[in-house]
Design a protein around this ligand. Structure first.
Ligand SMILES: [Zn+2]
Length: 489
């Protein structure tokens, strides 16, 4: 997968045993078996392989505990499936494998994975978790605790009702990265810079001044205190506030359970939270439980239609040599200006928002000279990809995210880009790069000396995604290209 998270790079071999010992070494009391999550759109063969490896690892971990006579470690076996049939298949295959291999070490709990990539499809989540719960019961494990990986927030009350015991999430922190503050009243996300007041009594909000936070965030100063506060403290405050709201929900659920009023709590909660409402309405159509009957009698505020997720085929088993430019490749004859652009998550790159943004500005502002611009994308995995190739697999299927910590990846991209630019230098009159994202920027900056690239926007120090879309930045590109247009007539 992503090299940065490949423990092999840290000199660790990732066997069930080493991973188990690593988790033990961290001081874990509760350990989940080493697993391979299933991203959306993953090709069928890889999905099967990943599930089979996850199952094999679970069995191997149980065997290891048996061999070590370890009866105290709480071991949770991770379950995966992209839909209800698949998770049922998975559980049956797992239990069969445990029996066939004569493993007697008991399992202490189950944990459901692969839900995060499906979090935008509430029906899929509900289908998977209810199917898993039923099958676990069928197999005689209904006394064991159940954990859900990566899903919490608005689905919490219903998931507890469905029989799940524990949850983990990082959403509160991810939201804070975009300064998204969960409003305690309407429970929606608001950018803290745009709020007019904080209506929250949590330990964070009661002591901070919204005006001060907004002033600090609005300042151009970085890495220094402004009004006695670092910018990072504002992000942290939002994250902690968001987390507190989640913990409060958990506390309310526990209270409701004790008071035997979970159904009432879920109905009230659903009126306030749109996703909770979507999940409850979907569940009501499926089940014949006390909750489903109670919910069917409530008239809820209508739900806004869900936005369907774009789907594409994804492969994680793509090597960095899976795409190589033909040795006799030459850039198109009439395209004399090279423009290097970063790749995108969306494939082909040409459908991405970032590409369309650049394309539309150049088309509008270059007086017909856009035809002379040759776009070459920098793929974090393959290096340079001329626009003529973007429709070809594996360029349409790979999924790879180059990060700043991935030094060897940056070096690979840099080296390949350098080879491309030096090889085709005589073809182009000028070479530009428009790059804001830090790892890509480093990769391009590494080769400026002999490659003579004009890198834009100039002097960018911030690397947040919206730098790419800033007016002054895109105009710096338009202007630089305009002044370098050679008249070919
Ligand atoms: Zn608060």
């Amino acid at each position: 997968m992503n090299e940065e998270f490949d423990l092999g790079n840290l000199g660790l071999d990732t066997s069930p045993e080493t991973i188990f010992d690593l988790q033990r070494g961290f001081g874990a009391d509760l350990i989940a078996t080493l697993d391979y999550p299933l991203p959306n759109g993953i090709i069928e063969k890889e999905a099967k392989q990943r599930m089979e490896r996850s199952i094999a690892n679970a069995v191997a971990t149980l065997k290891l505990l048996e061999k070590r006579d370890d009866n105290t470690t709480q071991i949770y076996v991770v379950l995966h499936g992209r839909n209800q049939d698949e998770i049922v298949w998975y559980i049956r295959k797992l239990i069969r494998a445990i029996h066939e291999q004569g493993v007697e070490r008991p399992i202490n709990g189950f944990a459901i994975g692969s839900l995060v990539p499906r979090r935008n499809s509430i029906p899929t989540i509900i289908d998977i978790v209810t199917a898993a719960k039923n099958e676990i019961k069928e197999q005689g494990f209904d006394k064991l605790p159940l954990h859900i990986f990566g899903i919490a927030s608005e689905l919490l009350p219903l998931l507890v009702y469905l029989g799940f015991d524990s949850f983990d999430t990082s959403t509160y922190a991810q939201m804070a990265r975009n300064l998204a503050y969960i409003h305690p009243q309407d429970c929606k996300q608001h950018n803290i810079r745009k709020l007019s007041k904080l209506e929250c009594n949590c330990i964070i909000c009661k002591d901070i001044s919204l005006r001060k936070i907004q002033a600090v965030l609005g300042s151009d100063v970085t890495h220094r205190k402004i009004k006695g506060m670092y910018k990072s403290e504002c992000y942290a405050a939002v994250a902690v506030h968001n987390l507190i709201l989640q913990l409060n929900t958990m506390a309310e659920i526990r209270e409701a359970l004790q008071a035997d009023s979970l159904v009432d709590f879920i109905l009230e909660f659903a009126e306030k939270h749109e996703k909770a409402r979507v999940s409850l309405q979907y569940y009501t159509g499926l089940a014949n439980t006390h909750l489903a009957c109670a919910a069917s009698r409530v008239h809820f505020t209508p739900i806004q239609k869900e936005i369907p997720q774009p789907s594409r085929i994804v492969s994680l088993n793509v090597s960095d040599n899976a795409f190589v430019l033909p040795v006799d490749y030459t850039p198109p004859r009439d395209k004399k200006m090279l423009l290097i652009l970063p790749c995108s998550y969306e494939k082909p790159y040409t459908v991405s928002r970032s590409f369309k943004f650049v394309e539309s500005h150049l088309k509008t502002n270059l007086n017909g000279n856009y035809d002379k611009v040759h776009i070459v994308f920098i793929s974090g995995l393959f290096g340079p990809v001329p626009i003529e190739f973007v429709q070809q697999p594996p360029l349409t299927t790979y999924d790879y995210h180059l990060t700043t910590r991935n030094k060897s990846g940056i070096q690979r991209v840099s080296q390949r880009l350098r080879n491309y630019v030096l090889k085709h230098k005589s073809h182009y009159d000028s070479v530009f790069a428009y790059v804001t994202s830090k790892p890509y920027r480093i990769a391009v900056e590494n080769l400026t000396k002999d490659a003579e690239i004009m890198i834009l926007p100039p002097n960018t120090r911030r690397h947040s995604p919206h730098e790419f879309y800033k007016k002054e930045n895109i105009y710096s590109l338009v202007d630089t290209i305009s002044t370098n247009i050679t008249d070919y007539e």
